[in-house]
Design a protein around this ligand. Structure first.
Ligand SMILES: [Zn+2]
Length: 163
């Protein structure tokens, strides 16, 4: 498996524009599952991905580009088989689109920085403050514990080849 030059990793270098990464560079940067979800709008099988349990305080970042997407405080247990959140961490973290694939009309959310596919938003969580369930592929996100170095967590994750 090839690896991407760390100087081209958008999570480690704010000056790298993720839109300029080639598919080959994304493949070198990401695990096969991460690439499938983020770059090919794939879906991990229910109940198989990370973060079904609560990893503790901190934030969830886009595993592709490092953008902060969700706070641990936005996570809730929906029982749907994927990590669930009721809101983005800050306005503009996500971009939202209408997805008409597979004969359904769904609301898809993507990382606003790199355009990576994250999952879909459903209005079926009446017990949350927004009523929304952001159904996120765990492979698309990386938890950075409160107080930890984002760069160190990403570097360790890249080296581990998760997925
Ligand atoms: Zn991203």
């Amino acid at each position: 498996m090839s690896t991407l030059d760390p100087s081209r990793d958008p999570a480690l270098n704010p000056g790298v524009n993720p839109a300029e990464l080639s598919a080959a560079e994304w493949r070198a940067l990401l695990s096969p599952m991460e690439f499938s979800v983020l770059r090919q709008s794939g879906t991990e099988r229910a109940g198989t991905g990370p973060y079904l349990d609560d990893p503790g305080p901190g934030a969830f970042h886009c595993v592709g580009c490092g953008q902060r997407l969700y706070g641990a405080v936005h996570k809730f247990h929906s029982g749907c088989g994927w990590p669930s959140f009721f809101d983005e961490i800050a306005p503009g973290a996500l971009s939202v689109h209408t997805d008409v694939s597979f004969g359904m009309i769904r609301t898809e959310m993507r990382c606003a920085r790199c355009g990576g596919h994250l999952g879909h938003i459903f209005d079926d969580a009446p017990r949350t403050p927004t009523g929304q369930r952001h159904c996120v592929n765990g492979a698309a996100i990386l938890h950075v514990p409160e107080g930890a170095s984002v760069a160190e967590v990403f570097a360790a994750h890249r080296a581990s080849g998760r997925g």
